[in-house]
Design a protein around this ligand. Structure first.
Ligand code: ADP
Ligand code: GN1
Ligand code: MG
Length: 368
């Protein structure tokens, strides 16, 4: 058990894993890093000729990502393309994730237990945030995710692999929830009656984006606030990270998830629901930041659904947390009893708050 995070970390020999990558110098230490819900992320520290250098080492969660080799092919293509686009700009090595190849030249290392590992250059003097603190942060995050979509618009064929099929197909997510309720395998439905009832009542919205005639694009699909690094000095959104779900999708999956994670001042697992609310100035900053970069390619139908996408993606992640709670926490990492149910409740509270402001949000977008 790691003291820092309270998460169970199976004992991986991180020194030996680090030794499989083209990392030079003396290995000093490695420990758990960050607050992601899926992969095991570590920071590894090296002494390189008297300078201390950090790297990110990650074990890909192959329970969630069933095709790690295809996933790494996507990550390699995407980072190479982005790097070509920004290479001439100052500070380009902090604007795109850089994979460090394994000693055998592959982009990953497969250990004897069948785990897939990768190493990234550590982006220094920048950080991620689990909850938004200012409209400037919201603007910067949204601008960076919009630019990410813009830079990938001309990614050469072939189509990227679907690393998780139907990832944002909300009706499929809803069907999984219905199955989990019917099975009630952990006898937990009794603890979530009102939440289940709330979810079931909102089934009609699940198909709206799919029916809106929106174009397929290359999208990130996991644009929560802590998947973009903000510069410590300037606050600028410098690098989009967590590229496992970059694949074909709708632009609004990304905008919706920024609304979900960057309009409320509360963390995703806040228990005091009175703190969970959609703050209008944050939404305005997000919309302005996103349109500053994505505005040049969005269609009219996409613009019209910007506010709605925040509501839908908040609902979708809410029902995913609820499903995982009912299935005894097999997907998302949990750190306390009822954690997924707490997360579900913040989503449903935020959903209601977005709904309350939806007309005003739509009006604002029309005026931009
Ligand atoms: P997960 O898929 O589990 O969310 P992430 O790839 O988002 O994993 O990494 C978890 C956290 O580690 C991030 O939120 C970020 O704080 C940190 N992190 C990831 N990659 C880097 C990097 N290249 N440089 C610095 N920090 C990073
Ligand atoms: C997971 O990997 P991470 O922690 O950035 C999840 C997202 C959810 C998010 C909820 C591959 O994101 O879809 O929206 O948790 N990623 C995957 O916080 O399922
Ligand atoms: Mg992440």
């Amino acid at each position: 058990m790691s003291k820092a995070t309270g998460i169970m970390h199976p004992q991986h020999d991180l020194r030996s894993v680090a030794g499989r990558f083209q990392l030079y110098g003396e290995f000093l230490s490695a420990g758990p890093y960050g607050t992601g819900h899926i992969n095991d992320t570590y920071c590894a520290v090296f002494n390189q000729g008297g300078t201390t250098v950090r790297y990110i080492l990650q074990r890909i969660n192959h329970n969630v990502f069933k095709t790690p080799v295809a996933l790494m092919e996507n990550v390699q293509r995407v980072t190479t393309h982005l790097n070509q686009k920004v290479a001439h700009l100052p500070d380009s090595s902090r604007s795109v994730l850089t994979l460090i190849p394994a000693r055998d030249g592959y982009s990953f290392y497969r250990d004897p237990d069948g785990n897939y590992w990768r190493a990234y250059v550590f982006i220094e003097n920048a950080q991620t945030y689990d909850a938004v603190e200012s409209p400037q942060q919201a603007f910067q995050a949204a601008r960076a995710f919009g630019q990410f979509q813009q830079l990938l618009a001309d990614l050469p064929a072939p189509r990227l692999h679907d690393t998780i099929p139907n990832f944002h197909h909300t009706p499929s997510r809803f069907a999984k929830l219905e199955a989990a309720i019917a099975a009630d395998s952990a006898n937990r439905a009794r603890l979530a009656r009102a939440d289940i009832e709330f979810a079931l009542r909102h089934k009609p919205i699940t198909g709206v984006l799919l029916a809106a005639g929106l174009p397929e694009r290359v999208t990130h699909n996991d644009t929560k606030l802590n998947n973009v690094m903000l510069d410590n000095q300037t606050g600028a959104g410098i690098c989009v990270i967590d590229l496992d779900t970059v694949m074909p999708g709708l632009a609004l999956y990304d905008f919706g998830d920024i609304v979900r994670t960057s309009t409320s001042p509360a963390k995703e697992d806040e228990r005091d629901l009175s703190k969970v609310q959609m703050q209008f100035p944050m939404f305005e900053a997000l919309a302005r930041g996103y349109l500053a970069t994505a505005g040049e390619f969005l269609t009219e139908a996409e613009r019209q659904h910007l506010a709605f996408s925040g509501k839908l993606i908040t609902f979708e992640i809410g029902i995913r947390f609820l499903t995982d709670f009912l299935e005894a926490d097999v997907y998302f990492k949990v750190h306390r009893e009822g954690h997924n149910l707490d997360r579900c409740r913040t989503q449903f509270k935020l959903f209601q708050s977005i709904e309350h402001h939806e007309d005003a949000m739509n009006k604002l977008v029309q005026g931009l």
